[in-house]
Design a protein around this ligand. Structure first.
Ligand SMILES: [Zn+2]
Length: 404
């Protein structure tokens, strides 16, 4: 029997099932919110049920209580490479319902758009990768190993993907396709992110006798100035990345003192920083520079300084000539009938952890607008979900058949 043509292969894709399942996922609010007890559990269960319906044996790893990763490993008829498709089951909160023109968990399709929180980020992409894998299996074209990862906590600390890598699921993989919404762009680079908290401890005093204590607020101002000057310096040194734009260092949280006692200098002043980098930036050097400067400022002001690295996600990039990119390019051309646009991910995805902890090449490609994620009135075009599943299907066949 000869291998099926691309069109024959695409015939195995259950497009109606794909859209029904996307709707089902969107109708399950899977915000992780300890205050309400909401978790990814419902969405994870929907994935488990679908997988079992396909005759697959999903692995359920409870990363935190009530918050399971769902992992499916499909093995083909003959040995071959190992490819990973990655998605997440959590969604961000819908925020104020007043901002929405429809029920945030509607899942309805209106004028070709599937509506609701998580439709683009990223239940459409998650459903697309699962149905693409099913089609590949049904066609008899599955060789090697295909790992499908539906992980928790992407929107926060990425606990799901960290656990996924730590448990060895990425071993010997040739790379990962991260199915986040990028408007059909093939994203070959992603910004890195560092989250730092700087704490300066002084000594409390009466506002009328400030010299009797050590006020940490002026010291913290020096740290803010340093951060701003460092941002300008890095922007000057590295310029703008053509796909990612400029490096940024943004203070996002300030805490010191209390409005209840305006006549007291605080004992501690805290600033949090969100640093976004491009592949040229050395994270370790940047973090060291912060630690050294906070040390100098603390010493000069009599404070005690602390720098906590809350998270450190490196930027990623991959050559346009890499197999992952070439296969997606060919598949995109075939399905969409046009040349793809190559792009960069302005935020960070689980892909940064796959790259950092498992050293995998990653590419980000998925249905839904880049900028619609996390906004009110989120939607995904039904045609984009179907197109993404087709592209995943063709690309996966090529990657698994090519060999490493
Ligand atoms: Zn996402």
């Amino acid at each position: 029997m000869s291998a099926p043509s691309s069109n024959e292969l695409l015939g195995y894709l259950d497009t109606q099932g794909l859209i029904d399942f996307t709707q089902r996922l969107v109708r399950i609010p899977s915000v992780n919110d300890p205050a309400t007890g909401s978790t990814e559990m419902g969405a994870a269960h929907a994935v488990i049920e679908l997988a079992e319906g396909f005759g697959w044996t999903p692995i359920v790893d409870e990363v935190r209580q009530g918050r399971p990763n769902v992992i499916i490993q499909l093995r083909g008829s003959t040995p071959g490479p190992h490819l990973i498709f990655e998605g997440h089951t959590d969604v961000v909160s819908e925020g104020s319902r007043d901002l929405w023109d429809f029920d945030p968990y509607s899942g309805d399709i209106v004028d070709g758009r599937l509506l609701g929180r998580g439709s683009a980020d990223m239940k459409g992409g998650l459903a697309a990768m699962l149905f693409a894998a099913r089609a590949l299996q049904l066609s008899g074209e599955l060789v090697g190993t295909l790992t499908l990862a539906a992980l928790i906590d992407e929107e926060e600390l990425m606990l799901g993907v960290k656990d996924f890598v730590a448990k060895g699921y990425c071993n010997e993989a040739i790379g990962a396709i991260v199915c986040e919404p990028e408007a059909g762009e093939i994203c070959i680079t992603q910004k890195g992110a560092i989250r730092l908290e700087v704490r300066l401890h002084g000594r409390i005093s009466h506002g009328a006798m400030p010299t009797k204590g050590i006020n940490p607020i002026p010291a913290l101002m020096k740290v803010l100035t340093f951060a701003h000057e460092t941002e300008i310096e890095l922007q000057r040194e590295y310029g703008e990345d053509p796909l990612l734009g400029a490096i940024s260092i943004t203070p996002t949280v300030l805490q010191a003192g209390s409005r209840v006692q305006l006549n007291v200098t605080p004992s501690v002043a805290i600033a949090d920083f969100d640093l976004r980098t491009t592949p040229l930036v050395d994270h370790a050097r940047l973090i060291d520079a912060f630690i050294a400067e906070v040390g100098r400022i603390a010493e000069a002001t009599g404070c005690r300084g602390e720098v906590e690295v809350i998270d450190d996600r490196p930027p990623t990039d991959i050559s346009p000539d890499a197999d992952l990119v070439r296969s997606l390019t060919a598949a995109h051309r075939r399905v969409v009938g046009a040349e793809p646009t190559y792009g960069g991910v302005p935020g960070t995805t689980d892909g940064t952890i796959l790259h950092r902890d498992a050293h995998l090449p990653v590419v980000v490609y998925g249905p839904g607008g880049k900028w619609i994620a996390h906004q009110a009135n989120e939607f995904v075009e039904v045609t984009e979900v179907i197109a993404a599943a087709k592209v995943y299907l063709l690309a996966a066949r090529e990657l698994l058949h090519e060999g490493p």
